[in-house]
Ligand binder design. Structure first.
Ligand SMILES: Nc1ncnc2c1ncn2[C@@H]1O[C@H](COP(=O)(O)OP(=O)(O)OP(=O)(O)O)[C@@H](O)[C@H]1O
Length: 479
């Protein structure tokens, strides 16, 4: 397939796919069989078999819709894949189940109380599947004509000819409709549906009669039959919205625009009560279905005792989502108290929580994870360099070593090579310090830093004279 652009022919095969690579972008699911047995390496996840299997049961429970209001805790040392497993759970849920992923620190903001922030997070994780009958126009596009006005201020005019297997009609188009048609790139041969109430146009696919133009369409094109019967018909459509979306749209001082800005502010309890009542009525009448999803709270030890108490109570509601929490803390103080408790969480909440423990990785698992990350970052690496990275992860951390891949890739490119070698790794290691070397460095130069407490807790207020020190005590003449 060729794309003609500015008289220059660009081969589609030469186009480079650009997409951002995030820390968890290699995770595509839990990698379980139908019997919920974990495959050793699958869907981007490696090892951690027991935790993945347990997570699979949670997904099955939520999807079956049999349980609501349960709490699950992913507990384990830093870098043992708790967030990765939570991401995998969200992926497994699919589009039909709402999933909210957040860090506990997001609960605290000057704009709203913690109770309000938690309520919004919970209601964001509860979906309402609404069924309604709407009038639609559905057919194959025979022709679209848009007349552009001579002046920029004049209104555009246009006509759309649609057909089914039995009839053909010409529609006059207004300005908004023309914009949608241009935006959706609607052309002759497309099968489209227009919602009569909202004017929304959706492209369903291309007509089979156009299948011979396949080369010009791309492999993802969906071919479908030309609709039969009348052009205008009534159709049952289902939408999925979250309880929070309904709250925002109905809260007068916010309005639906807040959905786009994300700036929702506090919502009055009376509005929520009315919405709960309305949703209950819709449910009674068979118009809506409540779909409790999942709310994932990372770094849950950051919550205060009040937040935990609030969560505990919220979980008792009939339509509460499954709350999945994650923490890397041991026995520590619950925030806002002097009480020590496992994971920094109150005992009454822990008591009703299913705890999934993640374990430290073996060297083979680490190597496998690093291999997956290299592929994800499009970085070719020699076997030796991969071993060096895995070895380094033992003395530093998996996260630190994962970051080095990107640096090593740049260094590798600079020497015009295609494969990262051990020298690229060692240069990256010398360029960027890990946590342990940074701490050693600070302790060594403690008298030259302001407000240095030191490991003995002593505070040093005065800075030293000299600051000309190389990082990690090693010379910086690396590249
Ligand atoms: N089993 C795994 N398979 C593939 N990638 C993994 C696995 N475990 C962890 N990772 C990756 O390693 C990195 C660190 O893992 P993650 O952030 O999930 O750890 P964590 O347990 O949440 O750590 P912390 O307690 O510090 O928040 C991430 O990029 C993650 O995607």
């Amino acid at each position: 397939m060729d794309i003609n652009k500015d008289d220059q022919l660009i081969k589609a095969s030469e186009l480079v796919r650009t997409s951002r690579v995030g820390v968890h972008s290699h995770i595509r699911g839990l990698g379980l069989t139908d019997e919920l047995d974990p495959r050793p390496v699958s869907n981007g996840l490696v090892g951690q078999l027991r935790a993945r299997k347990a997570a699979g049961y949670i997904v099955r429970m939520v999807k079956d819709g049999k349980v609501t209001g349960r709490a699950v805790l992913l507990a384990g040392q830093p870098g043992t894949g708790k967030t990765a497993i939570a991401m995998a759970i969200a992926k497994e849920m699919g589009e039909g189940t709402p999933a909210t992923l957040m860090s506990a620190s997001e609960i605290f903001s000057p704009e709203m109380s913690t109770a309000e922030a938690l309520t919004q997070a919970i209601r964001r994780s509860v979906g309402i599947r609404i069924k309604e009958e709407t009038e639609i126009i559905e057919g194959e596009v025979v022709e679209v004509t848009i007349e552009r006005p001579a002046t920029t201020s004049g209104a555009k005019a246009g006509r759309l000819t649609l057909k089914t297997t039995e009839m053909e009609t010409i529609y006059d188009l207004g300005g908004k409709m023309i914009e949608s048609i241009i935006k959706e790139n609607i052309a002759a041969g497309d099968i489209i549906t227009i919602d009569k109430a909202t004017g929304r146009i959706a492209k369903l696919g291309r007509s089979f009669t156009r299948a011979r133009d396949y080369d010009a369409q791309g492999a993802q094109t969906r071919f479908i039959q030309t609709p039969e019967g009348e052009l205008q018909k009534r159709k049952e459509v289902t939408h999925m919205v979250s309880l929070h979306d309904i709250d925002v749209i109905n809260s007068r001082q916010q309005g639906f625009l807040a959905l786009f800005s994300g700036d929702t502010g506090e919502i009055k309890q009376e509005i929520r009560d009315q919405i709960n009542q309305k949703v209950a009525e819709w449910k009674e009448e068979g118009k809506a279905e409540i779909v409790p999803g999942i709310l994932f709270i990372d770094e849950v030890h950051m919550l205060t005792i009040e937040c935990f108490a609030f969560l505990n109570r919220a979980l008792e509601s009939d339509n509460a989502p499954i709350v999945i929490m994650a923490t890397n803390r041991g026995i520590t103080k619950i925030r806002g108290t002097n009480e020590l408790s496992p994971h920094g969480m109150p005992m009454d909440l822990l008591d009703r929580t299913l705890i999934i423990m993640t374990e430290p990785y073996s060297e083979a698992d680490i190597k496998q994870i690093l291999q997956i990350r290299c592929e994800e970052e499009d970085a070719s690496v020699t076997e030796e360099a991969l071993n060096a990275l895995a070895e380094l992860a033992k003395s530093t951390s998996l996260r630190y070593v994962m970051q080095l891949i990107m640096v090593a890739k740049v260094l590798c490119r600079r020497r015009k090579a295609t494969e990262i070698n051990t020298e690229d790794i060692s240069r990256s290691y010398r360029l960027f310090s890990d946590e342990r070397r940074s701490e050693e460095w600070l302790n060594r130069l403690s008298d030259q830093f302001l407000f240095h407490h030191g490991t003995n807790g002593q505070l040093n207020l005065a800075a030293g004279d000299s600051a000309s020190v190389s990082q990690g005590g090693e010379p910086m003449s690396v590249i």
